[in-house]
Design a protein around this ligand. Structure first.
Ligand code: MN
Length: 398
């Protein structure tokens, strides 16, 4: 069996920075979500430090518990060496695919792992949080925990002290299983049945990841949101997000590697002919894939879209949600606040309104700006009493 992966992380609609980190490394079979905490930029440092140390430890052959222990030490040391980072910490929910199709999930904190099997969503990890422990002790129902004011208080994290207790959940994977790793920015915004419905509806893991993040943002996006989805498929499966791309490079590595002339001398002509035949077949396929990939990249990088980000109308370069690894980049955050927009304008923009050039996106923003100014001017000049108080329009720089 193998895993097809979809992943997405987003700042959300309230926070200024993203303290979550996702890790997707199919070659190592390593997948993780870390949610950092700490003042100023410390949360971002904590989660990034932990993920980097985790990756280094696993690539050196460490099993998951040891790798998370190393990640803890790395954060503790980093915090000890810098006054501004004192007190930072991070959650860690990490999964490695072991031989025989066992997924080993290591867990500290309140980021979660879920399993979808036979259409049923179940939570694999137990939260190391105040309310999580109260639920486990029977003092709260899961429903009460979801709305508890102290639901974000965690009782275990990386970076707090040397030595950390890591929970390990071994999961015997079956074909058709779907595993979700996520930060609390998802689970605090969406009910379990809402998450289950999206995971059920979106069969493509990347689309499912994007849709979950979008839904959490629509529900408020009060925290950073991170989602990693692992779909378990048969090794020879042609199902999945990008089967052609997945099959291409494998063929390419296997067919041309041995030098044809050496093999010909050793094994005679039939092998040579096989290699040539393979090359004849593989090269055009590779060419088409390369052209296709290049075209997608070209398309993904030359288009623009306008979306709402950090409660501002924002211009991005790229395609909403990204395309085959080409993530959109922020081009310009305008001064137009989401609160300046009418319901219709907001609906029009939300999720990404696409334009074929930067100029067209700019022109759209200018028109929008003008409309808002006109509205504000009309509201200011009208003598009838209005209940809304409109601040004077900011004078745009020349
Ligand atoms: Mn969080």
């Amino acid at each position: 069996m193998k895993l097809i992966v979809g992943a997405h992380t987003d700042t959300g609609r309230v926070r200024d920075g993203n303290e979550d980190v996702k890790l997707v490394d199919p070659r190592m079979g390593l997948y993780a979500v870390a949610d950092g905490m700490g003042g100023h930029q410390a949360g971002e440092v904590a989660s990034a430090t932990a993920i980097e140390a985790l990756r280094a430890a696993v690539s050196n052959g460490a099993p998951i518990r040891e790798a998370i222990t190393k990640a803890n030490e790395a954060v503790v040391e980093r915090a000890a060496g810098d006054e501004g980072l004192r007190g930072m910490g991070t959650t860690m929910t990490a999964a490695t695919l072991a031989a025989g199709g066992t997924l080993l999930i290591g867990h500290v904190g309140d980021s979660r792992a879920y399993l979808v099997r036979d259409g049923e969503l179940s939570q694999v990890t137990k939260d190391h949080s105040l309310v999580g422990e109260m639920v486990q002790g029977g003092e709260l129902t899961p429903e009460q925990a979801e709305v508890h004011p102290q639901r974000s208080v965690i009782t275990r994290a990386l970076g707090i002290e040397r030595g950390v207790e890591v929970d390990i959940y071994p999961l015997e994977l079956d074909e058709g299983d779907r595993v979700l790793l996520c930060s609390d920015g998802l689970t605090d915004m969406l009910r379990t049945d809402e998450i289950a419905a999206i995971l059920q509806r979106e069969s493509d893991p990347q689309k499912a990841a994007n849709t979950l993040v979008d839904a959490a943002n629509k529900a408020g996006g009060e925290d950073n949101i991170t989602v990693v989805i692992l779909d378990v498929v048969a090794d020879d499966s042609s199902a999945g997000a990008a089967p052609a791309v997945a099959a291409g490079p494998v063929e390419a590595e296997e067919a041309p590697t041995p030098s044809p002339s050496r093999r010909e001398r050793r094994r005679g002509l039939p092998t040579m002919r096989r290699v040539v035949r393979a090359l004849v077949w593989v090269l055009p396929v590779l060419l088409v894939l390369a052209l296709g990939f290049g075209a997608v990249g070209w398309y993904a990088r030359r288009t623009y879209f306008v979306d709402i980000d950090h409660a501002r109308v924002t211009v991005f370069k790229g395609v909403p949600g990204g395309l085959l690894g080409w993530d959109p980049t922020l081009e310009e955050r305008t001064t137009i606040k989401v609160s300046d927009l009418t319901e219709a304008e907001r609906t029009d923009i939300e999720g990404g309104k696409r334009f074929s050039s930067h100029e067209k996106a700019d022109a759209f923003v200018d028109r929008l700006d003008q409309k808002i100014e006109d509205r504000e001017a009309a509201a200011a000049s009208t003598t009838t009493t209005t209940t809304t108080t409109v601040p004077p329009p900011p004078t745009p720089p020349a």
